[in-house]
Design a protein around this ligand. Sequence first.
Ligand code: IPE
Ligand code: IPE
Ligand code: MG
Length: 264
Amino acid sequence: MFNDIIKDRDVEQMDDNELLSLIDKERLPRHVAFIMDGNGRWARERFLPRIAGHQEGIESVREIIKVSIELGIKALTFYAFSIENWRRPEVEVNALMRLLEKYLQSELKEMMENNIRFQTIGRIKELPESARRWIEKAAHETRDNKKLILNMALSYGGRAEITDAAKLLANDLKDNKISMEEITEEFFAKYLNTHGLPDPDLMIRTSGESRISNFLLWQLAYTELHFTKTLWPDFRRREMLLAIIDYQRRERRFGLTGEQVNRR
Ligand code: IPE
Ligand code: IPE
Ligand code: MG
């Protein structure tokens, strides 16, 4: 691939149109997941309250959705609030919940116009009632939209998701709805929040932290990981194009040898 011979330095110097021309539309990731990290630091650098960083981060979400539609990516998952995030100061948690509600209120029309289907993963029952109502409304009204799946992870934890799946499965087994022999990896995955969604091909974490933070533990088994120092509020179109180019230069081997992969 001619992509391989272009050095990182050259890519960094290209303008957005040149970057776009490097992207192979036939080999796009179907599903991209994001750990949107660094909002607090972005705000602190500007002597602003943390919530200003979250607010600016929403602009990044809007822009990433736009560029993903432009490219033809079919599904996005955003880690917006983890189970562990409930332990943050109450003022921050409340402000985040209000922002979520406001986002859904203002974006629903746009989602309909752009053929976006909204859905969530996580323990949605733990969210405040008013946020939940907007989530249900958005999910319901956009359910037949086809262009892009916009999946928000809210009160989400990977271990919690797997534990909840195990409980549901155990219940079905106890009630004789399923048999032990039926339980395969594919079968188990149907009990996860993400059933119906392909596993992410690419996972991007911003802000320089190289960890998973309890995100999609099952689903990331063979996902390509892209870590960038850029803080989430600064992660915009150009950063996304660079991440896709990085992804397309990887060789996904799934346990095979390089020779086997290249022979296919
Ligand atoms: C990510 O940004 C957003 C959420 C976790 C809700 P942070 O709020 O974690 O920002 P930093 O890591 O403190 O900079
Ligand atoms: C991960 O970010 C969760 C979200 C982006 C919603 P955190 O900032 O909470 O992660 P840690 O605690 O630094 O690992
Ligand atoms: Mg953080």
